[in-house]
Design a protein. Structure first.
Lengths: 112, 114
C-alpha cells in the first residue's frame, strides 16, 4: 500500500487558471511533509516543509496547506514557468530519520 | 555557495559491468542520502549517511549495491554486475540536520544499462 499518493497524475491549466494539487499520506507519525518541484533533467528543488495540521506556507503563486491526512499545493494564477512535476514527500516517525517517502508526482503544464 | 554536485551526469554501461557514481554534498551538511528515480516511479530511498554513524542501508535493493562516504563528505555509490533494471536516475541529497531541515538534491546521474 502506497504511503504517499498524489493526484492528479497530470494537470493541464491555462495561464491564470488557479487549481490545487493533492497529496494524501499514511504514516505512523508525521515528522514533516515536504513539497518539491522537479524540472526535466534536474534534481528536485525544495519548496516547502509543513510539520503540523493547520499549518500553511506561501511562496509567490504557491501555497501549501496540511491536514492530518493530506496536503494541498494551491497554485494561484499560474504562469507557463510554473510548468514542472511537483513532488510530495513525508518523513515518517515509523521509519528511519530523514528517509523521505515520495509520491509519484503531479506533472503540471501551464499553457499561455 | 555551491549546491550538491554529482558525476558523471550520464553513464552508459553494458550489462554485467560495475559502475561508480559520485556525490559531493553541500559543505557542512552532515547528512547525505541516495535515491533512485525510475521512469514513472517515485523517488526510492537507497541509503543514508549521518556523520560518523553507521549508514542506514535499508533501501538498497540487493547486495550488488553499496555506498561509502569518505571523511564525512564525498560519497560513492557502487553497483556491481549491473542489470538492465538498474537503469534509472540516481539522485544524491544532503541536509544540515536530518529529519528537521530540507534535503537539497543534486542534478542526478542517468544510468543506462544496455
Amino acid at each position: 500500500e502506497d504511503q504517499v499518493t498524489q493526484s492528479p497524475e497530470a494537470l493541464r491549466l491555462q495561464e491564470g487558471e488557479s487549481s490545487s494539487l493533492n497529496c494524501s499520506y499514511t504514516v505512523s507519525g508525521l515528522r514533516g511533509l515536504f513539497w518539491y518541484r522537479q524540472d526535466p533533467g534536474k534534481g528536485p528543488e525544495f519548496l516547502f516543509t509543513l510539520y503540523s495540521a493547520g499549518e500553511e506556507k506561501e511562496k509567490e503563486r504557491l501555497k501549501a496547506t496540511l491536514t492530518k491526512k493530506e496536503s494541498f499545493l494551491h497554485i494561484t494564477a499560474p504562469k507557463p514557468e510554473d510548468s514542472a512535476t511537483y513532488l510530495c514527500a513525508v518523513d515518517d516517525y515509523g521509519g528511519s530519520q530523514g528517509n523521505l517517502i515520495f509520491g509519484k508526482g503531479t506533472k503540471l503544464s501551464v499553457k499561455p | 555557495g555551491a549546491g550538491v554536485s554529482q558525476s558523471p551526469s550520464n553513464k552508459v554501461t553494458e550489462k554485467g559491468k560495475d559502475v561508480e557514481l559520485r556525490c559531493d554534498p553541500i559543505s557542512g551538511h552532515t547528512a547525505l542520502y541516495w535515491y533512485r528515480q525510475s521512469l514513472g516511479q517515485g523517488l526510492e530511498f537507497l541509503i543514508y549517511f549521518q556523520g560518523n554513524s553507521a549508514p542506514d542501508k535499508s533501501g538498497l535493493p540487493s547486495d550488488r549495491f553499496s555506498a561509502e562516504r569518505t571523511g564525512g563528505s564525498v560519497s560513492t555509490l557502487t553497483i556491481q554486475r549491473t542489470q538492465q533494471e538498474d537503469s534509472a536516475v540516481y539522485l544524491c541529497a544532503s541536509s544540515a540536520v536530518p529529519g528537521v531541515d530540507e534535503q537539497f538534491f543534486g542534478p542526478g546521474t542517468r544510468l543506462t544499462v544496455l
